[in-house]
Design a binder for this molecule. Structure first.
Ligand code: PNS
Length: 201
């Protein structure tokens, strides 16, 4: 019997519970599933490819038939290279459909032998996206039910670092404001006002 291998391509920045749900579903219908992270030098991701790979590897270690890889270039070329016969993509809501259809049809045009298979994650994840997770985390919201614990931990670490940078900025700002204030003796304020009046007249 032919074994069917599929590729699940994406950015996974970061991987969410929705992605994990889809991986689990995919692992049940395909003999082999490769989660393939796109290496896109034009994008400025929150997590490096190495971080994303690590997170996905840890999230999927319980699945015997799931592996994680990275790729660049066309998804169809990568799929052919690893001898996959299908591309797995998730559709959460009708709003995903147009983009996914366009992509699936373009991929079919490029490689007619490859099929795109759409699966729906559990309804409870239908609102979930990496972009929203990043936004909620950046603004200090709770992300624990949205991503696996390891990802939540990594996000918290990232946000702590970002926060420290902000605090650093604030401290630097305060210091420079103090320096300006120190220079502003009453005599200097009067001198400045006089100069300004002269300029206006
Ligand atoms: O998780 P994302 O960002 O929705 O994934 C999009 C992805 C990586 C599947 C898509 O951008 C892609 O396949 N990029 C690789 C380049 C490619 O094949 N482009 C033509 C697609 S029709």
């Amino acid at each position: 019997m032919k074994r069917i291998k599929a590729v699940y391509p994406g950015s996974f920045d970061p991987p969410t519970n929705g992605h994990l749900d889809l991986i689990e579903r995919g692992s049940k219908i395909f003999d082999e599933l490769v989660v393939a992270i796109l290496r896109n030098p034009e994008k400025d991701p929150l997590f490096s490819v190495t971080d994303r790979r690590q997170m996905l590897e840890s999230m999927t270690e319980g699945f015997d038939n799931v592996s994680v890889d990275t790729f660049h270039g066309l998804t169809v070329d990568y799929a052919l290279r690893v001898e996959a016969r299908a591309i797995l993509r998730g559709i959460r809501a009708i709003s995903d459909y147009e983009y996914e259809l366009q992509m699936a049809l373009m991929n079919r045009k490029l490689q007619p032998g490859l099929e795109t298979v759409f699966m729906m994650p559990a309804e409870k994840y239908s609102y979930l996206s990496s972009r929203l997770v990043r936004e909620v985390a950046e603004l200090g919201g709770a992300i624990d039910c949205l991503v696996p614990e390891l990802v939540a931990q990594k996000l918290r670490e990232k946000m702590d670092v970002a926060h420290k940078f902000d605090e650093g900025d604030a401290a630097a700002r305060q210091e420079s404001e103090l320096k300006v204030a120190e220079r502003m003796t009453p005599e200097r304020v009067t001198e400045r006002k006089t100069k300004s009046r002269k300029r206006k007249s």
